[in-house]
Design a protein around this ligand. Structure first.
Ligand SMILES: [Zn+2]
Length: 111
């Protein structure tokens, strides 16, 4: 049930809620600490995104940048890439050595 409100919070921060919906959300936030805190952390997440985009004073964050699916995709991709590079480096050269650093760098360049 709170999940629905959290979805509404996201829409509100994107400026996509009607006045009626915003009123209902505000009413719920006034009585629900859980959702009020969710709203704060969603806002702080947007601040972090705006900052990383080099515009800490932005009023909104362009939607494509905050799509959860894209974020999850990039996090998964970098995790997999990091794990694969570590595993490759370890199995091929048996850990760090004078030659392996250069070789690891070559892998990153090749990717
Ligand atoms: Zn709630």
């Amino acid at each position: 049930m709170h999940d629905d409100w959290v979805r509404q919070i996201d829409l509100e921060l994107d400026g996509e809620l009607s006045l009626t919906e915003r009123a209902a959300l505000a009413r719920h936030l006034a009585t629900c600490r859980h959702c009020a805190e969710a709203r704060v952390s969603h806002l702080e997440m947007r601040v972090a995104f705006a900052r990383s985009a080099g515009d800490p004073h932005a009023r909104t964050v362009p939607r494509p940048r905050i799509r959860g699916r894209a974020l999850a995709f990039w996090m998964a991709t970098s995790l997999v890439a990091g794990a694969a590079a570590g595993w490759l480096g370890h199995s091929r050269w048996g850990g760090p050595g004078p030659g392996s650093l250069e070789a690891t760098r070559a892998i990153f360049v090749a990717q």
